[in-house]
Design a binder for this molecule. Structure first.
Ligand SMILES: Nc1ncnc2c1ncn2[C@@H]1O[C@H](COP(=O)(O)OP(=O)(O)OP(=O)(O)O)[C@@H](O)[C@H]1O
Length: 218
């Protein structure tokens, strides 16, 4: 099976404070991988390195068959990401925000955006501006943009945070459907039930690196 991602000896420090060294991670295409560990160990930073938003200090990455130049910030349209503070325009509706983002790559229609919003429990005709969205609605909008363009690699930072019980079940289902379509998903979470339910592999931050953890559900 081919790999969606390979990280080799990735290191990252901020202001002399080492977050991690020698991070090695190979993710098979079509798998769901969970990154776990205490607050502040670097889970979000590692996702941002994979997305190309943050450059590592050392190491090599191959992402979706492309060798990454670690000295250049890069944006790969085949990667979808949900990060802590998505840059939505607060004065526009959810649909208009997704529409603006989609116009950059111009590969999906308005109908596709509407379908994705429905999948996420959002309504394209809701005229509420994003500044008046609830926490959960913002999270759903962020998740929508991470998969609406059929991205092959989907990076989800604490996707279940702020979602109600039914929405958590819906998102779990969606993640399994994306996996069935061959998408690769890496997510972070502190919620053991979601990790156990979804993850094909779990990697835990430990002593400034990551180690594979035993699965609990097999
Ligand atoms: N751009 C940055 N500049 C300086 N320090 C940063 C930057 N981004 C993250 N950090 C620091 O790196 C550390 C790891 O942050 P990160 O957000 O990756 O943690 P996390 O494992 O995702 O935590 P949590 O479980 O709380 O979400 C934190 O101490 C954070 O302050």
């Amino acid at each position: 099976m081919d790999n969606a991602l390979q990280l080799r000896n990735i290191a990252k420090s901020f202001a002399g404070n080492t977050l991690f060294e020698n991070v090695n991670l190979t993710v098979t295409t079509g798998e769901i991988v969970a990154l776990v560990g205490p607050n502040g160990v670097g889970k979000s930073v590692l996702l941002k390195i994979i997305a190309g938003f943050i450059a590592p200090d050392k190491g090599d990455l191959t992402v979706l068959d492309k060798e990454r130049n670690i000295h250049a910030k890069q944006f790969d349209a085949e990667i979808g990401i949900v990060i802590d503070k998505p840059a939505f325009n607060p004065a526009k509706t959810g649909f208009d925000n997704l529409h603006d983002l989609a116009s950059i790559n111009n590969i999906i229609t308005s109908d596709k955006i509407a379908t994705v919003m429905t999948t996420m429990g959002l309504d394209r005709h809701n005229h509420t501006k994003v500044k008046n969205y609830s926490l959960g609605m913002k999270k759903k909008l962020a998740i929508s943009q991470a998969f609406m363009e059929n991205q092959r690699l989907i990076l989800l930072d604490e996707p279940f945070n702020g979602l109600d019980a039914q929405s958590i079940l819906n998102l779990r289902q969606l993640m399994l459907e994306l996996k069935a379509e061959g998408k690769t998903i890496i997510f972070t979470s502190h919620i053991q039930a979601d990790i156990d339910f979804l993850a094909d592999e779990i990697y835990e931050f430990n002593n400034q690196t990551i180690l594979k953890k035993e699965l609990q559900h097999e």
